[in-house]
Ligand binder design. Structure first.
Ligand code: M6R
Length: 605
């Protein structure tokens, strides 16, 4: 996650860029940089580390201009050095980027073969070279920009300056947020409302695939097809934009939609995106004979899913237990056990107590937490951070998917160390993980279909969720989300267990939500679906794209984009279930972000 700002105005722009970057430092502070138009040519100043280092550079080498862009970096591709700091420059083009260009290696090879010389290890620099090459063919800036964007795979928010264009900033977004800020004879681009907060509270949120040409007098916006569009101008309160809903109705909705970004940010904690390899971890995995995960609620389900991977891929026995049970059970633990606490807040009392107990037993301890200054982060010997950013909605969404992504990467590291993963398998899994932000974005596009289903849930009193294997905990998570925010009673079962009792509940009134990935259990799951249909139950099936399920009046199917989702399937299916419960709650008019009787952080027993 990086922060972006662009200003085209009349007065000195650089101090204002710095002001904005300071507000964006929460998105990363590995390096920072600004670029500004000086007599028709763009000049840059960059520094490793925090904004204050950049200020020191600017004090030595001031930059005076009225058009400029700025960036604060959370390093993904390439070390946090000055050479890798944004803005990046190639020929006439200078730009800043938030996101990850998945096909950068292919593009870089192609450009290098044409004689382009690169000065950084970043994925971003290829965009500058591509755009410069398009300009050199004689295309106008907007046309060249569109052609460039069409060649990129992955996620981006961009702000671009072009030498000679002294009142123009180009911007674009796909998978990473970007807003246009409206001022008086002055315009802005920024990562969020907070970025442009010092200058304006009038914001247009660009939509997926949009691009824009910003000048002092306004903004020309285009959608993904290249057609001119207008995006509504909304008034925001900038002072607390970081904890505001922005364009969304609820924090939960915002947090669901932030998942491509937060998953990507978390992946880059564990994955070196330049080499494509998992980063080494400060744990002597070889000395372990067991993993004990402790967690509560949604985090417990993340632990259950991780268990499948730890045992299947790494061959290491793994126990997962609800912390409020574990802490009072006097469990028998082997001294070579690694105890892992999983928690968004890092403050959940039962999880913290379980972690402390494990530590007192002399076990190695680790914490997978989203709040990095939390009690668990400090208590555990090893901190494995997730980077979901602040999660305000009580219902956990992006914290969960980032936990899944982080834990899966850690499994790969462990599996490799234990000699259970071939180089080919590792490469294949890592490639899958790298495509996760993009695939998550595609799943989010199913929202209108999911919303249409949700209308049929609003008047229900009960729902059943079915999954098998690693998707059983996903069914549990889907049921928890539905009951938590819509107050509809929901149960989750492993589908093979239906005939041992819960089938008695099934009638025409009971919606049965089924998770149908294309895995080795799919045929068995289909038989379980038949059992439901034979009792009059109505099925709502979320299926991988290549699963064949016949639709009928009582079997509704939403297909995830693409074919089989493989190892990523649990994460992608989760997103559909989040949207279902969110829209069911909207229909019912409940307090989505603050459901009754609950709190975000449960710091008491
Ligand atoms: O902060 P934690 O992850 O430790 O919180 C654990 C649970 O309280 C939490 O996941 C809870 O179940 C969520 N409200 C579920 O959406």
């Amino acid at each position: 996650m990086c922060g972006i700002i662009g200003v085209t105005g009349n007065g000195p722009v650089v101090p204002r860029l710095i002001d904005s970057l300071k507000r964006l430092e929460y998105r990363g502070y590995d390096s920072a940089g600004v670029a500004a138009m000086v007599d028709g040519a763009v000049e840059r100043r960059r520094a490793q580390g925090k904004i204050r280092n950049l200020e020191a550079v600017l004090a030595e080498q001031p930059l005076t201009a009225s058009v400029g862009i700025g960036h604060t970096r959370w390093a993904t591709h390439g070390a946090p050095t000055t050479a890798n700091a944004h803005p990046h420059k190639a020929g006439r083009v200078t730009l800043v980027h938030n996101g990850i260009i998945e096909n950068f290696a292919e593009l870089k090879a192609e450009l290098a073969a044409e004689g382009h010389v690169f000065e950084s290890q970043t994925d971003t620099e290829v965009i500058a070279h591509l755009l410069d090459a398009e300009l050199n063919t004689g295309r106008a800036p907007l046309e060249a920009f569109k052609v460039t964007l069409d060649r990129l795979t992955g996620a981006y928010a961009l702000a671009v300056l072009i030498d000679g264009q002294d009142d123009l900033i180009l911007g674009a977004r796909r998978g990473s947020p970007l807003v246009v800020g409206w001022g008086e004879d002055e315009m802005y681009l920024g990562s969020d409302a907070l970025a442009v907060g010092p200058f304006t509270q009038k914001i247009s949120y660009l939509e997926e695939g949009d691009y824009v040409a910003v000048t002092r007098s306004g903004a020309q916006m285009f959608d993904v097809t290249g057609s001119p569009v207008e995006r509504a101008v909304v008034q925001v309160s900038a002072s607390s934009a970081m904890v505001e809903k922005g364009e969304y109705r609820h924090f939960m909705e915002k947090e669901i939609h932030e998942q491509p970004d937060s998953v990507q940010h978390t992946l880059s904690e564990y994955l070196d995106l330049v080499t494509g390899k998992a980063k080494p971890q400060a744990v002597d995995f070889a000395a372990l004979d067991r993993i004990q995960i402790v967690a509560c609620g949604t985090a417990f389900y993340a632990g259950q899913i991780a268990r499948y991977a730890f045992e299947k891929l790494a061959g290491l026995p793994c126990d997962v237990e609800i912390a409020s049970e574990f802490r009072y059970r006097s469990p028998a633990v082997s001294p070579r056990t690694l105890a892992v606490a999983v928690s968004q807040s890092g403050e959940t009392a039962d999880t913290l107590a379980s972690l402390t107990w494990c530590k007192a037993q002399g076990l190695k301890t680790a914490a997978v937490v989203n709040v990095h200054s939390s009690s668990m982060a400090r208590e555990a010997e090893v901190l494995w951070p997730t980077h979901a950013g602040p999660e305000i909605g009580v219902a956990s969404t992006k914290a969960f998917t980032t936990q899944l992504a982080g834990l899966f990467l850690l499994t790969l590291v462990l599996a490799k160390l234990r000699g259970r993963l071939t180089a080919e398998q590792e490469t294949a899994y890592l490639a899958e993980l790298r495509s996760l932000p993009n695939k998550t974005q595609k799943v989010l596009a199913l929202e209108p279909q999911v919303e249409a289903w949700s209308q049929r849930f609003a008047n229900k009193h009960h729902a059943l969720f079915l999954g098998r294997g690693v998707h059983y905990p996903i069914a549990l998570e889907g049921a928890l989300k539905l009951k938590e925010i819509s107050y509809i009673h929901a149960e989750a079962y492993p589908a093979g267990e239906l005939k041992h009792g819960p089938l008695a509940l099934v009638d025409e009134d009971m919606p049965v939500v089924t998770i149908a990935p294309n895995d080795q259990l799919i045929e068995k799951l289909k038989s379980n679906m038949q059992e439901v249909r034979a009792r009059g139950g109505e099925l709502y099936v979320f299926a991988d794209g290549d699963v064949h399920i016949e639709e009928s009046a009582f079997v509704h199917v939403i297909r995830l984009p693409g074919g089989s989702n493989g190892a990523l399937s649990p994460i992608l299916h989760t997103v559909t279930l989040q949207m279902l419960s969110y829209h069911a709650a909207l229909q019912k008019g409940t307090d989505v972000d603050k459901p009754r009787n609950l709190a975000k952080s449960v710091t008491v027993e």
